[in-house]
Design a protein around this ligand. Sequence first.
Ligand SMILES: [Zn+2]
Length: 250
Amino acid sequence: MTTDDIRYSRQITLPAIGKNGQQRLGDASVLIIGAGGLGTPASLYLASSGVGQLLINDFDSIDASNLPRQILYRDDDVGKRKATTAAEKLRQVNPDINVIAMGERLDRDALPELVASVDAVLDCTDNFVSRWLINEITYAHNKPLIVGAAIRWEGQVAVFRNDLADGPCYRCLYTEDDENLNDCAGQGIIAPVAGTVGTMLATETIKLLLGLDSDLQNRLWVYDGLAGSSRTIGIRTRENCKVCGANTGN
Ligand SMILES: [Zn+2]
């Protein structure tokens, strides 16, 4: 047995994974945009599970108010850059994988080439402007997009298979009408709900990389942590969607 066989033995044991599946994870490259409450738990599990290349993007620095839920960071990390700090910790979690820190703000010019170079994109940002841009670029490049959100006691996860034909996109789900939805600074958030969403994102990403189907494909998973309940809602293609709609020429 090789070191890798031992390290990943509990995953390799699963019939849906096996040695080939584990190798597939090792060969995969994932872009994680946002190294905060969702991006830190998601990247932690993707790293520990052996996803071979992680690109961690965040232009922000660590604040003391981040510590309860941004679980890669410690007290003495306050003030440091999120992307480089997260990458450093992830390399400690799994020295076998390649972690690339990207501390710049990804704009319309930088995103396309980056998106085109990976197997999947995780949207772990916290604002609609970023989310809409990431959706637009991943849709244009037929790249799978896995989106998470968490606020108060509520969590959401959706998988957009932009690599397959005829699915809805994130913009079909949320439009300008939803722009007044606030961020967690104003509304608050209970830390473990961010963790629940982050780990769900990691599970969905692993399934996607393995070529496994998911019930969350083109569906929204909604978790109510306060009630202790969850449900899923189908996402319909919006006919006049600015990104994927019939009249956009896409
Ligand atoms: Zn759409």
